[in-house]
Design a protein around this ligand. Structure first.
Ligand code: FES
Length: 161
């Protein structure tokens, strides 16, 4: 097998796309969706493989990946944790909360955990400054100041595993 990320099924879908559209560039976005669906991330090697397969410059594909939010944030993990970093949350020590969450989930800001369960994003004010540092797990809002121990955090995260 020549490619690690462009698996047979992805190549088949790309070929189906190419049968429908006259330009190979029209299949870049569908191909990136297939890669994201299958691998939960678009790593640089996948971009290189797609470039090689479609004979489109890497810079062109990377430009698409970085332009579109859905690809740039690479948030195809099962759960999306958003932590507010604006001033009230900053003053309420969102950093300490972030470190706890990183440690507990194995994810990092902008990177999914290797088990595909978690993705962490720092966001602007989520309108909940009264409970700073505020964070969301998917659509559920939490008061970070109530997280004093590892068990407090585990109680929340265990609902989403
Ligand atoms: S500043 Fe963090 S929720 Fe408003």
């Amino acid at each position: 097998m020549k490619y690690k990320y462009l698996t047979e099924d992805i190549i088949q879908k790309i070929e189906e796309c190419r049968g429908r559209f006259p330009l190979k560039e029209q299949c870049i976005i569908p191909a990136l969706h297939h890669i994201l669906d299958k691998h939960r991330d678009i790593v640089p090697e996948a971009v290189i493989e797609l470039s090689d397969y479609l004979k489109v410059p890497v810079s062109h594909i990377e430009g698409i990946v970085t332009f579109y939010d859905m690809f740039r944030h690479r948030k195809n993990a099962k759960n999306h944790i958003r932590i507010c970093r604006n001033l009230p949350c900053h003053l309420a020590n969102f950093h300490s909360l972030l470190e706890k969450i990183k440690e507990k989930t194995g994810a990092d800001v902008g990177r999914s955990s290797s088990d595909g369960l978690w993705y962490i994003e720092l966001v602007e004010c989520i309108g909940s400054c009264g409970i700073a540092p505020a964070f969301l797990v998917n659509d559920d809002l939490y008061d970070g100041s109530k997280i004093k121990t590892e068990e407090d955090l585990e109680k929340i995260l265990s609902k989403y595993r």
